[in-house]
Design a protein around this ligand. Structure first.
Ligand SMILES: [Zn+2]
Length: 271
């Protein structure tokens, strides 16, 4: 199902990563791989071996409008910036279920802010079938920490964003895993308490950008001899709810639905 704007969906992450890693997509993956991402690679450079996906909650296109110069600091690391639509309703478990299955909510079954362990086939199941080792590093009790459980993955549940960054750097350095997902929540936590452009939210955004850069640079260094992909993959945006004056998301409006995913592809040093 395409949005009226005919933009690709955030669910395109799963088929795109599967294409790059040479893995058969999960059974419900229905989106095409992103042409802007896969067309940059020649066949001889595929498959890539390693993957880092950084998922920071609610870093939507609304922030690229208001704080573009800050967010542009991501682009040297992930220059392929693709405009995408979140899935509806744009709330965290619905969106990450789509991002990591390639399927729309009707198919994966999370339609609202509920957080069951997904029983359908996911990117993580597809990776395990292909003998990839996967680590999910997330804030404890976040949606990502919960809905992808019961699989043969390494789950690192951390107390806060800072601990997620530290653990992710350790996991990259240890080099036991082929695919690493890191999830952080501080911008989203603060937008619900204040509003999306409050000083505390912008401080959280700046911290997210710094953390992203640290993790991506560490991956590029550790995997410099290996073909790899780094992705910046938020779930949805946010708006100010006029009745409360606070930040919110979950509506079919541009502020909530428009996001950018950004990819960086590295083919490794050639022989
Ligand atoms: Zn939220």
């Amino acid at each position: 199902m395409k949005s009226p704007l005919h933009q690709d969906s955030i669910a395109s992450l799963t088929p795109s990563i599967c294409h790059l890693l040479g893995v058969k997509p999960p059974e419900n993956s229905a989106e095409p791989a992103l042409n802007m991402v896969i067309s940059t690679l020649e066949k001889k450079n595929l498959p890539l071996q390693k993957c880092l996906i950084v998922a920071q909650d609610a870093i939507g296109a609304h922030l690229w409008k208001s704080h573009e110069s800050e967010l542009n600091k991501l682009l040297p690391l992930v220059p392929l910036r693709v405009p995408l639509q979140a899935v509806f309703p744009p709330v965290t478990p619905v969106c990450f279920a789509s991002i990591f299955t390639g399927a729309q909510p009707d198919v994966h079954g999370i339609h609202s802010y509920t957080r069951p362990v997904l029983e359908c086939d996911t990117l993580f199941d597809a990776l395990v079938r292909a003998d990839k080792k996967v680590a999910i590093v997330s804030v404890k009790n976040s949606s990502i920490d919960i809905i992808f459980r019961n699989r043969d993955l390494a789950y690192f549940s951390e107390d806060d964003d800072q601990a997620v960054t530290k653990r992710t750097l350790d996991v990259i350095q240890g080099d036991e895993y082929d695919v690493i997902v890191a999830y952080q929540a501080n911008y989203d936590d603060n937008l619900h308490r204040t509003e999306p452009f409050s000083p505390i939210c912008i401080a959280a955004l700046v911290q997210h950008i710094q953390d992203f850069r640290k993790m991506a640079e560490a991956a590029n260094l550790r995997w410099k001899d290996k073909g790899h992909v780094v992705a910046f993959a938020p779930d949805h945006g946010a708006h100010i709810n006029p009745s409360t004056g606070k930040g919110d998301h979950g509506l079919d409006i541009r502020e909530d639905m428009d996001v950018f995913h950004c990819y960086g592809i590295f083919t490794g040093e050639q022989e």
